[in-house]
Design a protein around this ligand. Structure first.
Ligand SMILES: C[S@@+](CC[C@H](N)C(=O)[O-])C[C@H]1O[C@@H](n2cnc3c(N)ncnc32)[C@H](O)[C@@H]1O
Length: 286
């Protein structure tokens, strides 16, 4: 097992007890009540989820990164660790890092999770990682870069803690509604990702789009309908609360739209617009 040694003075460290005792976890869409939450979990993997096209392409994009992971993997901005199990067979150790300031502000209910210590092993700021230079085999960060005001600095910091030969695995959005406001600063192109990686001393191995013009349009159309017709309330972080009956009535329509655009994405492959990108970059041996 690789030995990851946090430096002596973790940046921005905090404990869950520092968090608020009340609050509501907010996501892109928040369903009311337990029934809604159970429905959401079941629908997630089917076109009955109005965010299915988004979820599916991101999931596939992350799964394609798995063969690049080795040894100890540090997931910067791990949140609830949606990819922990995906990487588990490939690596020795999964270390999740979260930024207390972001959780306190945007996901206060995370502090109340009984299994928080299993989700998050290190608290700190991704821009000042509490790890020694050259100590980590694999750096993973999914859909985090757009939430930091200085994304190049975050990439440079992640490159710093990589071992020579270690890999940085990133996913970023290209088309996505504003979310986690006000901390939503950027969308990215392949050129910006390449520039961030190369100016941080990394060698780019690949930059792959996820989805294409057709799937991005399907995802946006489904989300637009959901947000404009299905929402009963808009939240200040950019998410919406759905009206249960209106969203149920919309489900067949958003399902058909997503399936149709999914089929269209198989027939046409214009990637001038896509849903996001995945970068693989390597820290060269000295
Ligand atoms: C859109 S969520 C993505 C979460 C998770 N990686 C995923 O793919 O589901 C963005 C995450 O970035 C985290 N974050 C924001 N600023 C950060 C920073 N400076 N350092 C580390 N994480 C940060 C937030 O707390 C949030 O969990």
């Amino acid at each position: 097992m690789s030995d990851v040694t946090p430096s002596d003075e973790p940046a921005g460290s905090a404990s869950p007890e520092d968090g608020p005792t009340a609050g509501q976890r907010v996501g892109v869409v928040h369903y009311r009540g337990r029934f809604g939450q159970r429905m959401n979990a079941w629908r997630k993997r089917t076109p009955l989820n109005p965010y299915w096209l988004d979820w599916k392409h991101l999931r596939e994009s992350v799964e394609a990164l798995v063969p690049h992971a080795t040894g100890t993997l540090l997931d910067v901005g791990v949140s609830e660790g949606p990819y922990r199990e995906v990487f588990a067979p490939q690596i020795d150790q999964y270390v999740g890092l979260e930024y207390p300031a972001a959780i306190l502000d945007k996901q206060p209910d995370m502090w109340k999770l009984k299994n928080l210590s299993r989700l998050v092993q290190v608290f700190g700021d991704g821009a000042h990682l509490p790890f020694r230079t050259g100590s980590v085999d694999t750096l993973l960060s999914t859909e985090v870069l757009e939430h930091v005001p200085k994304p190049r600095a975050l990439v440079t910091e992640m490159a710093r803690v990589l071992k020579p030969g270690g890999k940085l695995l990133l996913t970023v959005p290209f088309i996505q509604p504003l979310h986690e406001l006000p901390s939503d600063y950027f969308r990215f192109t392949p050129s910006s990702l390449r520039e961030f990686a190369e100016s941080s001393g990394l060698e780019v191995e690949s930059i792959e789009p996820r989805g294409n013009f057709a799937s991005a349009n399907g995802a946006m159309l489904s989300q637009w309908l959901t947000r404009s017709v299905g929402a009963s309330k808009r939240q200040s972080d950019g998410s919406v609360i759905l009206s249960p009956w209106r969203s149920v009535l919309l489900l067949p329509l958003t399902a058909i739209i997503q399936v149709m655009f999914h089929l269209a994405s198989k027939l046409t492959n214009d990637q001038a617009v896509c849903q996001g990108y995945a970068l693989v970059a390597r820290r060269p041996h000295d």
